[in-house]
Design a protein around this ligand. Structure first.
Ligand code: ADP
Ligand code: 5GP
Length: 186
């Protein structure tokens, strides 16, 4: 049976970086492309990094029941499209969702078999340094993300698997081990 893997944790912790490393090691893993109302960052492509929607388009997709989960985050909305997920599962591929904590909770309710991994930073200071170093968000966005991160970090205990992303290679090893074990058991 194809499996769903949820990778969650605060913004800047390294979810995207770890998922890239994971997909290099386990190429059959597919990434579900989320929808968002946030503007594309330089270098982001519609349909590849996200499906970029207006607020009205996002509302229409909610009304149509098109989302498996959706949440507001740092002033924007994000959601997993049922079609994105189902198309990959129907093809037999294991799928990775990179989502924030509210969405992960909704997936826990809707898909109790999904494997959830919470990525932790070595410290709050490291999170700030990474958000600044990534260079994709202005000071206000960074503060909003750090504010949200405090509540997200307090929710870490809800997740069956937790991986601290201190040294990237060690965190990637730990994540790979969790995913391989679950795929072998499926
Ligand atoms: P997220 O997807 O969780 O928002 P990113 O993957 O974009 O986070 O990572 C945020 C920043 O931190 C990026 O600049 C990335 O290169 C850096 N980063 C990721 N993992 C580590 C790590 N283990 N040590 C130091 N920097 C890291
Ligand atoms: P960013 O703006 O940095 O791309 O994403 C901000 C936050 O939204 C990140 O924590 C990211 O994991 C989360 N996110 C991305 N896509 C989704 C989604 O489809 N659903 C939910 N709930 N969160 C998402």
């Amino acid at each position: 049976m194809a499996r769903v893997f949820v990778i969650t944790g605060p913004s800047g912790v390294g979810k995207g970086t770890l998922i890239r490393a994971l997909r290099e090691r386990i190429p059959e893993l597919e990434l579900s492309v989320s929808a968002t109302t946030r503007a594309p960052r330089p270098g982001e492509t519609d349909g590849v990094d996200y499906h970029f929607l207006s607020g009205a388009q996002f509302d229409a997709r909610i009304a149509a029941g098109d989302f498996v989960e959706h949440a507001s985050y740092a002033g924007h909305r994000y959601g997993t499209l049922r079609s994105e997920l189902q198309r990959r599962l129907d093809a037999g591929a294991p799928v990775v969702l990179e989502i924030e904590v509210q969405g992960a909770r909704q997936i826990r309710e809707a898909m109790p078999d999904a494997v959830q991994v919470f990525i932790e930073p070595p410290s709050e200071a490291a999170l700030r340094t990474r958000l600044i170093g990534r260079g994709t968000d202005g000071p206000e966005q960074i503060e909003a993300r750090l504010q949200t991160a405090r509540a997200e970090l307090a929710a870490g205990h809800e997740f069956a698997h937790r991986v601290c992303n201190d040294r990237l290679d060690e965190a990637a090893d730990a994540l790979e081990a969790i995913v391989r074990a679950e795929l072998a058991a499926a």
